[in-house]
Write a protein that binds this ligand. Structure first.
Ligand SMILES: Cc1ncc(COP(=O)(O)O)c(C=O)c1O
Length: 448
């Protein structure tokens, strides 16, 4: 906490609002400890129960987290700050930004031809009542998903403004605050933040390169998880992809927990560089989400979601009360992109190129004695003994990478390196820098 920041308030609501505004204005450093309850209660002349209630409110909104030994701290990415990019450490001039998790803009297809085609062929303006998930889009989505093994014969399909949006609606419709959600550990930082914001509890599931480990998933479900989110390929941050054998094992585990909501995240889709092994509708509530963000660009903000009738109806129903639908302009754009052979060729080329660069980086890191993973997708995960030190030293060496703390719940430390901005020639010097920065203090870096 900033030495100057003075929390004010005479009741729980005003105390929590004061702390929240301190976080919003940057007076509280993220990760900083709030004062002990009794100390703040003494300063504000209120009862400890009042301060405890204020802290509880902030916890339920995902602004702070409590951990018996370390007390109550401001979360690293509290959901009251509007811009995600504003939450990342600034990357100074001259430092390569390998921390973003963004696709390579050089491999994103130009939208211009598809936008022109949409402009030329857009039908009559859609109103509040008429706009829906367009049948033309769904008709093309269905065979595309089926070709990848998604069992869509009896599924209902809709469109949402991206994966995270779909996950939020699914969780909000099925779960209640305080419920537990099984998720990969390490796992997607935005999902960890979303769970905190919804007052849901993450239960970590360990993963290897074939996806979530069945025993760990089983333990999470037995301990009460009401939903599970599985990244089928290009897992963020490790690059794991669910194999055919693993999918069968996970299905067997889930079959014993039919009341659980199963969410499958296929965010890298055509870019993943590995075949899809969908788990399918093994529980009563199921949703498979395919995003357009990685192959076609995050700014498209559209995903298609397949699932059982009730689950999809809940998503559509919740969307009606908010954004309503995904603009049909965007839906038409995605349709055009899917049908354009040049775009398809570019996305395939991107998948091959990502694969080559990922393997080159993993090989270079392994040759330097580091434990590097990155079987699919756009990231490489490197286990290191001290991620804070490694991240700091890499910055000094000219590389910004993402610290593992953003992705970890209970798993050991690591760093995530996004390969998108890297060219072949960048890989050997980067691998040297990572090896030097990962070496424990006082020891030379591992031999090449
Ligand atoms: C695991 C995972 N899922 C989904 C997404 C993309 O989500 P959206 O469709 O909301 O852009 C990302 C983006 O990095 C991701 O890492």
């Amino acid at each position: 906490m900033s030495a100057q920041y003075q929390v004010s308030g005479a009741n729980a609501a005003s105390i929590s609002a004061s702390i929240e505004s301190g976080v919003l204005n940057g007076d509280y450093v993220w990760g900083a400890a709030l004062p002990p309850i009794r100390v703040l209660a003494g300063e504000l002349h209120v009862s400890p129960a009042t301060v405890a209630k204020a802290y509880q409110e902030l916890r339920h909104r995902g602004v702070v987290e409590s951990d018996g030994r370390r007390g109550t701290r401001v979360r690293s990415r509290p959901p009251i700050v509007g811009s995600r990019s504003g939450l990342r450490l600034p990357v100074p001039d001259g430092v390569r930004d390998l921390s973003s998790g963004e696709p390579d803009i050089r491999w994103l297809p130009s939208l211009a031809p598809a936008l022109h085609a949409v402009a030329d062929t857009n039908g009559p303006p859609q109103g509040y009542a008429s706009a829906v998930a367009m049948p033309e889009l769904i008709d093309i989505a269905r065979p595309r998903l089926a070709a990848d093994g998604v069992p869509v014969d009896n599924a209902v399909i809709t469109a949402t403004p991206g994966t995270l949006d779909a996950i939020e609606r699914l969780l909000a419709a099925h779960l209640r605050p305080g419920d537990a959600v099984a998720m990969e550990d390490p796992g997607w930082a935005n999902l960890i933040d979303l769970l905190a914001a919804l007052d849901l509890r993450p239960i970590p599931v360990t993963i290897d390169e074939q996806g979530p480990e069945p025993d760990s998933l089983s333990a999470a479900l037995r301990s009460g998880a009401r939903a599970v989110v599985i990244t089928v390929r290009a897992q963020n941050p490790t690059g794991a992809a669910v194999s055919a054998a693993r999918a069968a094992e996970l299905r067997a585990v889930l079959a014993g927990h039919r009341g659980v909501l199963l969410i499958e995240d296929d965010h890298a889709a055509e870019l993943a560089g590995a075949p899809l092994h969908c788990l399918g509708p093994v529980t009563e509530a199921w949703a498979f989400i395919r995003s357009a963000s990685k192959p076609f660009g995050p700014d498209l903000r559209i995903a298609v979601v397949a699932g059982d009738e009730t689950t999809i109806a809940r998503v559509v129903g919740r969307m009606r009360l908010g954004a309503g639908w995904v603009s049909t302009v965007l839906q038409r754009l995605l349709l055009r992109l899917w049908l354009d052979d040049d775009v398809t060729a570019k996305v395939s080329g991107a998948a091959v190129d990502y694969g080559r660069r990922r393997r080159a980086l993993c090989d270079a890191l392994s040759a330097r004695g580091l434990a590097a993973e990155g079987a699919t997708g756009i990231n490489t995960w490197v286990r290191v003994p001290d991620e804070t030190r490694t991240t700091g030293l890499l910055r000094e060496a000219g590389y910004a990478v993402a610290p593992g703390s953003l992705f970890r719940i209970a798993s050991p430390p690591g760093i995530r390196i996004t390969i998108s901005p890297l060219d072949d020639a960048d890989i050997p010097p980067l691998a040297d820098a990572v090896a030097a920065a990962a070496a424990p203090a006082g020891l030379p870096s591992p031999a090449r």
